[in-house]
Design a protein around this ligand. Structure first.
Ligand SMILES: [Zn+2]
Length: 194
């Protein structure tokens, strides 16, 4: 397919999307259309918040995509923080396997920072976090689910579905919020009140 880009005065059919650059949900009609013969098959939209371009190809795929999950604040360990952001950014690029691998590495680091010994299996670290009370009682189903998924992919880099990456990322986000963000927020509030 050979795309022909046409400048139409910068105004095209409005589209509703979440900007992968700034995270804003917007409807934009600023951009360019691309034709294949006489059909419009691709578009570039300009975000009116951050002014960055987003491409929608003939397959409907959005580039850059939207990172899954939410930012977590007050993570004291920079390595953990960057692994979390890297995992989120992987989902924006449809790199689900890489996202899962980042999450696994992050959970291992988290467990070691909470006293687990090094050199264990991934699932042993998840069990450790659960046994030490970092995972809420109703989160037990999650641990079982992650164990099952972990067994499927032990010692190999299995290709994973986007859904699996999103599930693990949600779990990691919840843990990071409980372990770091909420206590730090409370601490700030307490010291502001006293
Ligand atoms: Zn934007």
């Amino acid at each position: 397919m050979k795309l022909t880009w046409e400048y139409t005065g910068g105004i095209i059919k409005s589209r509703d999307f979440i900007c992968g650059h700034c995270g804003l949900h917007l409807a934009s009609q600023r951009g360019w259309d691309a034709y294949d013969k006489s059909d419009i098959v691709a578009h570039i939209y300009i975000c009116h918040n951050c002014f960055q371009p987003t491409y929608f190809g003939p397959d409907g795929k959005q580039i850059p995509g939207v990172a899954y999950g939410n930012p977590v604040h007050d993570i004291p360990d920079q390595y953990v923080e960057s692994l979390y952001e890297e995992a989120r950014n992987c989902t924006a690029s449809n790199a689900s396997t890489a996202a899962v691998l980042c999450c696994r590495k992050l959970l291992m680091n988290l467990a070691v920072s909470k006293g687990a010994s090094e050199g264990q299996k991934f699932i042993e670290y998840v069990e450790y976090l659960s046994d030490k009370g970092f995972i809420p009682p109703d989160g037990r189903d999650w641990v079982d689910h992650i164990r099952k998924k972990g067994n499927e992919a032990t010692h190999e880099i299995a290709i994973v579905e986007r859904e699996d990456a999103e599930e693990l990322l949600s779990f990691v986000e919840m843990l990071l919020k409980f372990i770091y963000e909420f206590p730090a927020k409370r601490k700030r509030k307490t010291s502001a009140d006293s």
